[in-house]
Design a protein around this ligand. Structure first.
Ligand code: DGL
Length: 266
């Protein structure tokens, strides 16, 4: 069997990145590992997340993969440097799309809201990125931990979700803002609902395309072209996902993502 590419997240967030990879790299086969027993990560302490990620990636690498995508901003901030020191295969992480947002809004004299989990927003990785690119101090931060919980319950719309989003954005003077950055892969499922709630002049952007383009470039540079068919094997906290009901859930997620993409391009 050809060596596969692994995607890892605390739960279903990384499926949004895998979905992008299936479009951009259809000739690879994949493993998707969700640490559902321990999700959410974003409200935990850094040392706990480091340990959970290290255990999960240890299991994943043991499956004989050729690269690991840490399809989780929280796990990337807490653990990607350690993983890169430990493994010789490429370890690709997420980076919130702060740079393009700051470039665009600097020109337009608007501000940027970066949303992520509490741990990602606290971490040095994001702080350093903001220090590097945000010379005009136009970035504000907004933790949205409940969106992770809603997503893990497959609750992607409805009154509770909209009330939460409205109240979290309620303290911002939204006409001053030009972009909301989604710095958590779970938040991608709420892109359409966010677009409906936020004023229409606000762009909503994420780092998924950037991460997958980076993966593609790395694979091309290593001269290991995929010989697969876009097959995906799912694992939840170390157990293979075989039940039809679980697999049907994955299909639901793919459908949500495809619908969002069609809405964008349609
Ligand atoms: N999907 C994750 C992220 O991108 C983590 C969510 C969580 O487990 O709190 O940050």
């Amino acid at each position: 069997m050809t060596r596969r590419i692994a995607f890892f997240d605390s739960g279903i967030g990384g499926i949004t990145v895998l979905h992008e990879a299936l479009r951009l790299l259809p000739h690879e086969d994949y493993i998707y590992y969700a640490d559902t027993l321990n999700a959410p990560y974003g409200t935990r302490e850094k040392h706990e997340v480091k340990k959970l990620v290290s255990d999960a990636v240890g299991f994943i690498v043991h499956q004989g993969v050729k690269a690991v995508v840490i399809a989780c901003n929280t796990a990337t901030s807490a653990a990607v440097e350690d993983l890169r020191r430990l493994y010789s295969i490429p370890i690709i992480g997420m980076e919130p799309a702060v740079k393009p947002a700051v470039e665009k809004n600097g020109r337009d004299h608007k501000r940027v809201i970066v949303t992520a989990t509490p741990l990602t927003l606290k971490e040095e990785k994001l702080r350093n990125l903001i220090d590097r690119v945000d010379n005009e101090h136009i970035v504000d931060l907004l933790p949205l931990p409940e969106l992770v919980k809603f997503a893990e319950r497959y609750e992607f719309s409805g009154e509770e979700v909209t009330d939460y989003i409205r109240s979290e954005f309620g303290s911002f003077e939204l006409e001053q803002y030009g972009t909301v950055v989604l710095g958590c892969t779970h938040f991608i499922y709420f892109k359409s609902i966010l677009a409906d709630i936020l004023p229409s002049h606000i762009d909503i952007i994420d780092g998924n395309r950037g991460t997958v383009s980076n993966l593609k470039k790395i694979m091309e540079n290593r001269g290991e072209p995929g010989e697969g068919y876009g097959r995906v094997e799912f694992f939840c906290s170390g157990e293979p996902v075989t039940e039809a009901a679980e697999l049907e859930k994955m299909n639901i997620l793919f459908r949500i993502l495809s619908d969002q993409n069609n809405k964008k391009t349609g």
